[in-house]
Design a binder for this molecule. Sequence first.
Ligand code: MCA
Ligand code: AMP
Length: 521
Amino acid sequence: MSTLTSRWLDRAAETRTAVLDDARSQSRSGTHSYADVVAGSIRVASALLHASSRASLGGQRVAILIAPSARFVEAFFGVLLAGGCVVVLSPLHPAPETRYFCDDAEVSAVLVSSEHAALAAPLASSANVRDLDELLSAREDIGAVTAAALAAGGDAPAVQLYTSGTTGKPKGAVITHMNLEVQQELVGAAWGFGEADTLLHALPLHHMHGLAIALLTALGAGAATRLTTFDAPALWESMKDATVFMGVPAMYHRLFVAFDAADEATRTRWSAHARALRLATSGSAALPVTIAERWRDVTGKIPLERFGMTEIGVGITNPLDGERFPGCVGFPLPSVETRIVGEGDRGEVAETGELWIRGPSVFAGYHRREDETAKAFVPDADGGAPWFRTGDTVTRQGGPSGPFKILGRTSVDILKSGGYKLSALEIEEVLREHPGVGEVAVIGVPDEAWGDRVVACVVRRAAAPSTSACDEAVLRAFVREKLAPYKVPKDIIFLDELPKNALGKVVKPTLSAQIAAAIRT
Ligand code: MCA
Ligand code: AMP
């Protein structure tokens, strides 16, 4: 049995709170003990095993489409205990995207909570959609569940998370039980997590940040987690009952927009709540120093900024105690090895270059994409474990033993908007399907609120059919039908031509500079 699942089952008698949620739509209270949630997960696992008539799901992919709640945790651990691998779906995705994730992962079932039943309806023709409440009403079969959990060791796949890359559609990163156990331990210890903590959690659960870095770290330490969705004024208020908050820079930006709009008494109250937190972290994108400093003005400390990736979890972090470096992400966690590699791909160490990482928290590979996996890893020249190429350009501030500083991505086609990693190519592919679009280039323009503001530059098709209107509203609606709303370009700019090099390739840095200048004036 992996430590992830044995640690979970060990909490079966604990009456301490595991999850606080908004239970208004459920027949249960909003405070859920570890004992309750572990029992729920055992019921889910029992039902899955009985339905499969097998001793273990043996790594089968099971998708879950469940609102942030205790039931999410029950379904998540239920799949793991049954020996399955979880694919987390999000209600933000329209049906074509959700179907793609399910097809690509070849899921054996989709577990859906009642509030998302309508969203799952289009999947019913191609997937085995199961009502979570039905699974939760199953009889516990602890013998069968223990046997299945025992069969899944550390190298068994635990979650498959979809992440955008430099080639079209998102890839399923396969993360093992061991990867998650190591994360629980390393992050929990580095950030001083314990049973006295209450984590205020408003991150989406279909990504590594919300799922593992936040939720699993708290559960691994026996802490309580308040699961909620993002709402800035409500978060300021909820900080009163929390000890830790984890956010992306866009959330801090929004928190300050709400703060600035509030009256004096409200600001005083919110400041006191935030100051009483023992820890506030930021990650998933660069935290602007201005925001870090504003947080310090309010709370006395800058947020603890750290660097992570879907494929590695948190790798590098500023310290909990001791000096935090604004604009830097700190130092590698124990067991995380780093290397900064200059241009030329031969693994030569440089002061500034691509960050390579290896260690036990590095993922197993991309599902059914051997080529992509092979491209992501570089064999070690000295015969050691291969290195994972992060695609981030970094340096160490003040010299080789200074804190890491992230300078940007090595590819112009990877954007970070509000903490979500987006592929410019994926959005371009969708836009190209519209009959009115001739050429298109999607770029990221620096933006205070989102980090990268997604802008599509479109050259209309000269001979487009007269029926295919092609204006900004039409194209945004067209993308929205196929991709999550956070991937829809914020601006669509129509140009006569796109800047190209001698090989006919669009020169995106030139285009970005032109558009950024045009937006500024
Ligand atoms: C929402 N919108 C966005 C984004 N979020 N547009 C661009 N980028 C976004 N990130 C759109 C909405 O669809 C809507 O568009 C409009 O902006 C306003 O939406 P609103 O409801 O106000 O936004 P929200 O739902 O409150 O979301 C803002 C958010 C969210 C809470 C900051 O973006 C978020 O949860 N971000 C976190 C992403 C994350 O967890 N990434 C971790 C990846 P319209 O009006 O047109 O409908 S994992 C990772 O990076 C590694 C492991 C790491 O290091 O952590
Ligand atoms: P994802 O694939 O969504 O997990 O995003 C991982 C990427 O987020 C990294 O490769 C970085 O580009 C970016 N990232 C994460 N944390 C930070 C940070 N603190 N500063 C700058 N970029 C970050």
